[in-house]
Design a protein around this ligand. Structure first.
Ligand SMILES: Nc1nc2c(c(=O)[nH]1)N[C@H]1C(S)=C(S)[C@@H](COP(=O)(O)O)O[C@H]1N2
Ligand SMILES: [Mo]
Length: 252
C-alpha cells in the first residue's frame, strides 16, 4: 500500500469533512492545524477559512508565475492613489534620501533601514504580474531586497506568525503570514523594469507580494512590524480590505 503523506491526509480530510459534516467542522479542524486566517470570524466565516487552509496546504512552497522579459507590458497601468500627504512630498523633494523603513515587533534587533541599507542586502529581480481585484493586470520586472533578508537581519522570533506593513499613506496597510513573508518572491521593491521604481507604482519602496492580488502589494512602505497575532492592529482583521468586502487572504 502506498503511504499517504501527512499533507494529503490533512487535505483530503478537510475536503471530506467539508462535504460530509459541513464547513464548520472543517473550520475547527483547520484551526487545530494553524490554518485559520485572522478575518475568519468576520463577514467571511468557514468558507473563507477553507479556501485559505486548502491554498496553504497545497501551495505553501509554490511560486507565482514568472514571465520572460519580452512579456513586460509596454503600458503598465498605475492605479490611482490618494493625493500624497506633506510627509511624502517632503521626501519626494529631497529625492527620497531620508526615506526609512523601520522594523519592530517580535524581532531581536528593531532596526531602521535607509534605502541604501536595503540596497546593500542581496538584490533579486522577478518578472511577475500585478492583478487588481477589479479585473486588470500587467507584467513588469520588480527589483529589490527579498523581505526574508530584512527579517533575517533583524532576527525574527520563532513565535512570529504575521508580518504587517504600513504605507506613509496611513489608509494603506496589509499583513501576510510567515509563509508569504519568508517566500522568495516577496520583495521590498525599489526598481521597476529599467529604472528606479516610479512614484505612481509605489516608489521609492513597495512590498511586492506576487502570490496575492494587487492590493496586498502596498506602495510607499515606511514600517514593518512582526507579530504573533493581528488582534491589536486596526479592526483586528489584518487589513482594511475586509471592511470593503475583500478578503485578507487574496491568493491567486
Ligand atoms: N499605498 C497604496 N498602495 C496600494 C494602493 C494604493 O492606493 N495606495 N492600491 C492597491 C491596489 S487596489 C492595487 S490593485 C495595486 C495597483 O498597483 P499598480 O498601481 O502598480 O497597478 O496597488 C495596491 N497598493
Ligand atoms: Mo486593486
Amino acid at each position: 500500500m502506498k503511504p499517504i503523506s501527512r499533507r494529503k491526509l490533512i487535505t483530503s480530510g478537510l475536503a471530506a469533512t467539508a462535504g460530509v459534516a459541513g464547513l464548520s467542522v472543517a473550520a475547527r479542524m483547520a484551526k487545530s492545524y494553524g490554518l485559520v486566517p485572522p478575518d475568519s470570524g468576520g463577514i467571511y466565516g468557514p468558507g473563507e477559512t477553507l479556501t485559505y487552509a486548502a491554498q496553504r496546504l497545497l501551495t505553501r512552497h509554490s511560486l507565482a508565475r514568472e514571465f520572460p522579459r519580452s512579456m513586460i507590458s509596454s503600458a503598465p497601468f498605475a492605479n490611482v492613489v490618494s493625493p500624497m500627504n506633506d510627509a511624502f512630498k517632503q521626501h519626494q523633494a529631497a529625492g527620497f534620501a531620508d526615506w526609512r523603513l523601520t522594523v519592530s515587533g517580535m524581532v531581536a534587533h528593531p532596526t531602521s533601514f535607509s534605502l541604501a541599507d536595503l540596497k546593500s542586502l542581496p538584490i533579486h529581480s522577478q518578472t511577475t504580474e500585478v492583478a487588481c481585484e477589479e479585473g486588470w493586470s500587467y507584467i513588469a520586472e520588480w527589483i529589490g531586497t527579498p523581505l526574508y533578508e530584512v527579517l533575517n537581519a533583524v532576527g525574527v522570533s520563532p513565535h512570529a506568525r504575521y508580518v504587517a506593513y504600513f504605507s506613509i499613506d496611513k489608509d494603506w496597510w496589509e499583513s501576510i503570514d510567515m509563509a508569504d513573508a519568508l517566500h522568495p518572491q516577496t520583495i521590498l521593491t525599489m526598481g521597476m523594469n529599467d529604472g528606479d521604481l516610479p512614484v505612481p507604482f509605489g516608489g521609492p519602496l513597495r512590498l511586492r507580494v506576487p502570490r496575492q492580488l494587487g492590493y496586498k502589494s502596498v506602495k510607499y512602505i515606511t514600517h514593518i512590524t512582526v507579530a504573533d497575532s493581528l488582534k491589536n492592529l486596526g479592526a483586528s482583521q489584518g487589513s482594511p480590505e475586509p471592511d470593503f468586502a475583500y478578503s485578507w487572504f487574496a491568493g491567486m
